[in-house]
Design a protein. Structure first.
Lengths: 308, 331
């Protein structure tokens, strides 16, 4: 077995997992606290990438672009919460699905109008563009940047949620919204902040991935579904669950795509394994989601106080 | 609607609508507008799919964000045999029914263990599985899809060849679907489904095995939607996994809600509105400003958001307001 290939794939899986975590942590909070299904959470991912890209294109350095775009994403998130999302919390889930589906169309059209139909490539600064040698392993520098960026945000979020007053309110809101409200938590302000933080993190994920894939219209529409898988598998409203599930799903997806055919070849014919493997590996995460939903609908790591 | 001719305004509107749909091909041939017949055919196929979704979503409260999977299954039940030069229509029809029923039974048996938002997510999961399964089937075109060169072959008096014949196939299937749903929801079966939507425990304590009722309902809905897919495959002559992406499932929900979820003719009217918007909104934008042609998703999305915020009951809801203004509604 090729161990350096396995290590590379593990790093790829970790990278995908951390990107998913950036999307899913906000999604799971919005889902858990506001009971709001936000299909358009992936649009923030796209908008973040475009924000960052257009600042870089105007001659900003990548780091400055990311920082400015993060502030921009916070404002966009807060705005959407005040104007649209807030009116929908009381509606039923079907209405959430419909309205946020409409929001996706609106965001895609706005990006189309502002930035045009073709994608936007984001050049990396020379320092980040090289490769790093770790023992026998050669890795692109930028991959390490994504991984450490994701881990950093995860660490900040974990401190914020477990150690700060805001985090206490968030946890209270996630396990019992009505009770938190009765105890004097300003629920409107809390919702606004949670939504905006979620949008910012989703946008951050978009900024991180854009130099590799380039920013394009609809880039969030595929990943948002996997982010929902993460939220469900981890348990709605649970940051810790989102973290474990993101890494798990990132690894399953990446390793499945590279090793499933070898695995299948053990117990079926070569031809058959080579046809079945790509189909099965693309389906793996959804199979996991269906199994979790069927046998443990509260998720693998449900937040404290929630009994399903 | 006990009277032979409905007495309410909305009921009369739907009657007129069905008569118009029945004579539409003649009108379009007369006025030489084959394009409109195409548009109408596509609309009615989607209406069959939306009506099948309405059965589980509107009457049964099972919101599925994966119903487009059945459209894809039906379409591939025509496409894959056609790939091997098997054009027998009965075979296509039988295969569609069996495969969609089996898939609905398996997916439904697992999905219906869950409720509400979890049901939305698990139906999404199953449709994504089907989607990616077909994306990775390189033999049948994978991502790029499959061209169907010939339509399903039926005996002469049932032929699908030619646009008008295909239209009547579609129209007849739609009528059958509407009739089936109409009878089902008024039968004891439909009462149990509706009862379980509002209060499942009560239905269970009355002695109904609601799980089995819901599963049956889901299978009926899935097979009907599969038939819509079979017709769509014949109609477009080109099928691809894109037909079953979750965006398509979202559009189906939109059609049902736009027309009026939980009303027999709601999905038909909603699909009509959807197809008209999809076709003429771009032209309207172009009329406003030629360079705006591609931006039609913007007003479309806005309409969706506004529909949710202000348009309770959809188009049917507005029509029934007319009814209650004259006299009691026909519900």
């Amino acid at each position: 077995m090729d161990w350096s290939l396995l290590l590379t794939q593990l790093m790829n899986g970790l990278q995908l997992g951390l990107l998913l975590f950036l999307l899913a942590s906000g999604l799971t909070l919005i889902f858990g606290i506001m009971d709001f299904i936000n299909l358009s959470h992936g649009s923030f991912y796209m908008i973040g990438a475009y924000f960052c890209g257009s600042i870089v294109a105007r001659g900003g350095s990548f780091l400055v672009a990311v920082l400015v775009a993060l502030v921009g994403m916070f404002i966009v998130g807060a705005l959407i919460e005040r104007v649209i999302a807030r009116r929908l919390y009381r509606a039923d889930h079907l209405d959430h699905v419909l309205a946020t589906f409409g929001l996706i169309l609106i965001f895609d059209a706005i990006v189309h109008i502002v930035w045009g139909p073709s994608g936007m490539a984001i050049p990396l600064p020379a320092i980040l563009d090289g490769q790093v040698t770790l023992g026998s392993l050669v890795l692109p520098t930028y991959r390490l940047v994504i991984i450490s960026g994701g881990l950093l945000v995860a660490a900040i979020l974990s401190v914020l949620v477990t150690r700060s007053r805001l985090g206490m309110m968030i946890r209270a809101g996630a396990s019992n919204r009505t009770m938190a409200e009765a105890l004097g938590v300003n629920i409107h302000k809390l919702f606004l902040i949670v939504f905006a933080i979620g949008a910012t993190m989703s946008g951050f994920a978009g900024m991180l991935i854009a130099p590799i894939t380039e920013a394009s219209i609809g880039m969030g529409n595929d990943i948002i579904i996997i982010a929902f898988v993460v939220v469900i598998v981890g348990g709605i409203g649970s940051i810790k669950g989102a973290f474990h599930a993101s890494i798990l799903i990132g690894l399953i997806d990446t390793l499945g795509r590279s090793y499933l055919d070898d695995l299948l070849k053990i117990f079926m014919s070569l031809d058959y394994a080579e046809t079945a493997a790509p189909a099965l590996s693309a389906m793996l995460v959804y199979i996991l989601m269906a199994v979790v939903l069927a046998f443990r609908p509260q998720g693998l790591f449900p937040p404290a106080g929630i009994r399903a | 609607m006990t009277a032979w001719f409905p007495s309410s305004i909305s009921g009369r509107c739907y009657c007129v609508l069905l008569v118009l749909l029945a004579v539409a091909p003649w009108i379009f041939q007369w006025t030489d507008q084959p394009f409109l017949l195409d548009l109408l055919s596509r609309g009615l196929i989607l209406a069959i799919a939306a009506t099948s979704l309405n059965l589980i979503m509107g009457y049964g409260g099972m919101v599925s964000l994966g119903h487009a999977a059945f459209i894809g299954i039906g379409a591939y039940c025509v496409g894959i045999p056609a790939y091997y030069d098997l054009y027998n229509g009965w075979f296509h029809l039988g295969l569609t029914i069996v495969v969609s029923a089996v898939f609905a039974l398996l997916a439904g048996a697992v999905s219906l263990r869950t409720r509400g938002v979890y049901f939305i997510m698990i139906t999404l999961a199953f449709s994504q599985m089907v989607y990616f399964a077909f994306v990775s089937l390189e033999e049948y075109g994978g991502d790029d899809g499959l061209v169907i060169y010939l339509r399903s072959e039926f005996p002469d008096f049932l032929t699908m060849q030619g646009p008008v014949a295909l239209y009547y196939w579609i129209f007849a299937t739609l009528l059958l679907t509407l009739f089936l749903v109409h009878r089902l929801v008024r039968a004891r079966f439909g009462r149990v489904i509706a009862g379980a939507k509002h209060n499942e425990q009560r239905m269970q304590s009355l002695g109904f095995d609601t799980y089995r009722y819901r599963l049956t309902c889901y299978v009926i809905s899935g097979v009907t939607c599969g038939l819509a897919g079979m017709l769509l495959g014949n109609f477009t002559g080109f099928i691809s996994p894109e037909m079953m992406s979750w965006i398509r499932s979202g559009e189906l929900i939109f059609m049902v809600v736009m027309g009026g979820s939980g009303f027999l003719f709601g999905p038909l009217v909603g699909t009509g509105a959807f197809v008209i918007l999809e076709q003429y909104l771009p032209e309207f934008m172009k009329f406003l400003n030629p360079s705006w042609l591609e931006y039609w998703h913007l007003p479309f999305g806005l309409l969706l958001v506004l529909l949710v915020l202000f348009g309770k009951g959809g188009i049917h809801g507005m029509l029934s307001k007319l009814d209650s203004r004259t006299r009691q509604s026909d519900r």
